[in-house]
Design a protein around this ligand. Structure first.
Ligand code: WQD
Length: 372
C-alpha cells in the first residue's frame, strides 16, 4: 500500500472513531412508525443524516415500493430536509439488513421496529417473540459484523411489571410480574443488550424506557395512526372526539387512586423524540459506560378521567364514556422518576397535558383517516 492510500485509510479510520459533534449517520429501524417518525424529525432538525429501515407492517406504505411511506414524506415536508435513504426491509431479513449496512457508514442505530399491541401479544406470542426478539438479535449481529456498536433502544416502562414503589426509578427491579409477551420481549431485548455490552466493551447502548407516549408533531402532519380499534387510551379518546367511535370504555373506576381510574405518566411524543437525540449525544460523550437505562416520562400522574377532561377542553368536543370492568394486566398507577435522564442526559419533558391534547386533536381532526 502506498503512503497516500495508507493516509487516506487512516484518516477514514480516525473519522469513524471520532466523528465530529454534528451530522452523524443514524439508522432508524421502525422510522415510519409513531415514535420513530417524530424522532426522525428531531434528528433531521439536529443536523443528522437519517437512514430508515421499516417493513411497514404497522404503518401506511407508499403507493409503490419506490415511494416513501406518507409519514416520512411528511417528515421531509415538516423539516425541509431529505432522508438519506429508506429501505422497506424486515429485521427478519438478515441478508437485506446486511446490504443496508454495507451501503451506509452508519454511526449509530436507533431501534424502534417492533410489534407493540399488548392484547395481540397474548394471542400470538410467537409472532411477538420472533419479530421483537429474533429481529433484534439479527440487528445486533449485523451491526456487530459492520462494526457499528452504538445503539439507542426503544424500551418501555412495562419492564418494571407491577411497580413496587412510586415514582419508579431505573433501580427498580425489572422482569418481575410482566403480564404479557409484548412486555417480556422488551425485557428480554434489554437483557440481551446488557449482556452484549458486558461481553464486548465497545458496545455503547442506551435503553430508553418510555412511559405513555401521546401527542403529535405541532404541525398536525404526523401523529399516531392505529390500524383498527385503538388499544391505548388517548388514540381512542381522539377517535371518539372526532366521531369515529361512539364512546370510550373506562377500564375500572375502583382502583386505589384519587378518582378510582388508572393513573399513568403521559409524555408528549416530541419530548420523547428529543430524548433520543439527547441519548445519541450521550453515547458519543467520552465518559459513556456500556449499557444504561433511562426513564422518559414527565413524573406527573394523570388519571383516565383527568385525561378525558383535558381532551374535552382541548377539542371542544364531548367525550361520552361508560365505566366497564378492569382490563387484565393493568396496574393502578405508574409514574416515572426522571431524575437520572435530567442529570445524565440533560433532558426533561417540557410539554404539559394541555399541549399533549391540543396536538393530538390537531392531528386527529386534520387527518381523521390517518395518512390516507
Ligand atoms: C392507559 C390507561 C387503561 C384504553 C400500554 C402498554 C405499555 C406501553 C404503552 C407501548 C389505563 C385505561 C385504556 C381504553 C381505558 N406500550 N384505558 N380505556 O396500558 O398504560 O400502557 O401502552 O408501546 O407497554 O402496556 O396504556 O393507553 O392502554 O392505558 O380506560 O380504551 O387508560 O386501563 O389505566 P398502558 P393505555
Amino acid at each position: 500500500m502506498d503512503v497516500a492510500t495508507a493516509q487516506v485509510k487512516c484518516l477514514w479510520f480516525v473519522a469513524r472513531q471520532h466523528p465530529g459533534p454534528m451530522g452523524r449517520v443514524v439508522l432508524v429501524t421502525g422510522g415510519a412508525g409513531f415514535v420513530g417518525s417524530h424522532t426522525v424529525v428531531e434528528l433531521l432538525e439536529a443536523g443528522h443524516h437519517v437512514v430508515v429501515v421499516d417493513n411497514c407492517i404497522n404503518s401506511t406504505k407508499g403507493s409503490d415500493p419506490q415511494e416513501l411511506p406518507p409519514a416520512l414524506a411528511r417528515v421531509q415536508t415538516i423539516t425541509g430536509k431529505t432522508l438519506r435513504a429508506f429501505y422497506m426491509v424486515s429485521l427478519l431479513d438478515r441478508p437485506g439488513l446486511t446490504k443496508v449496512f454495507a451501503k451506509h457508514q452508519v454511526d449509530l442505530v436507533i431501534h424502534f421496529a417492533a410489534l407493540k399491541a399488548v392484547g395481540e401479544s397474548v394471542e400470538k406470542p410467537l409472532d411477538y417473540y420472533i419479530n421483537n426478539v429474533t429481529g433484534t438479535l439479527n440487528l445486533l449481529e449485523v451491526m456487530g459484523e459492520a462494526g457499528v456498536k452504538r445503539l439507542v433502544y426503544s424500551s418501555s416502562a412495562t419492564v418494571y411489571g407491577v411497580p413496587q414503589y412510586l415514582p419508579t426509578d431505573e433501580l427498580h427491579p425489572t422482569g418481575v410480574g410482566i403480564t404479557n409477551p409484548y412486555g417480556q420481549t422488551k425485557y428480554v431485548c434489554e437483557q440481551i443488550m446488557k449482556d452484549l455490552a458486558t461481553a464486548d466493551k465497545e458496545w455503547r447502548v442506551v435503553l430508553l424506557r418510555y412511559f405513555n407516549p401521546v401527542g403529535a408533531h405541532e404541525s398536525g402532519k404526523i401523529g399516531e395512526n392505529p390500524s383498527g380499534p385503538p388499544n391505548n387510551l388517548v388514540p381512542y379518546i381522539a377517535q371518539v372526539a372526532v366521531g369515529k367511535r361512539e364512546a370510550l370504555s373506562v377500564f375500572g373506576d375502583d382502583y386505589d387512586t384519587p378518582d378510582g381510574t388508572g393513573v399513568r405518566d403521559y409524555i408528549h411524543v416530541m419530548d420523547l423524540a428529543s430524548g433520543h437525540v439527547a441519548a445519541l449525544d450521550k453515547i458519543f460523550s467520552e465518559d459513556f459506560r456500556s449499557a444504561i437505562a433511562y426513564n422518559l416520562g414527565t413524573g406527573q400522574g394523570v388519571s383516565v378521567l383527568q385525561m378525558i377532561d383535558a381532551f374535552k377542553r382541548a377539542s371542544g368536543r364531548d367525550i361520552p364514556y361508560k365505566v366497564v370492568g378492569r382490563r387484565n394486566g393493568d396496574v393502578a398507577t405508574i409514574v416515572a422518576s426522571c431524575t437520572l435522564a435530567e442529570q445524565e442526559l440533560g433532558w426533561r419533558a417540557t410539554r404539559n397535558l394541555q399541549q399533549m391534547c391540543i396536538d393530538t386533536w390537531r392531528w386527529q381532526s386534520q387527518n381523521p383517516d390517518g395518512f390516507m
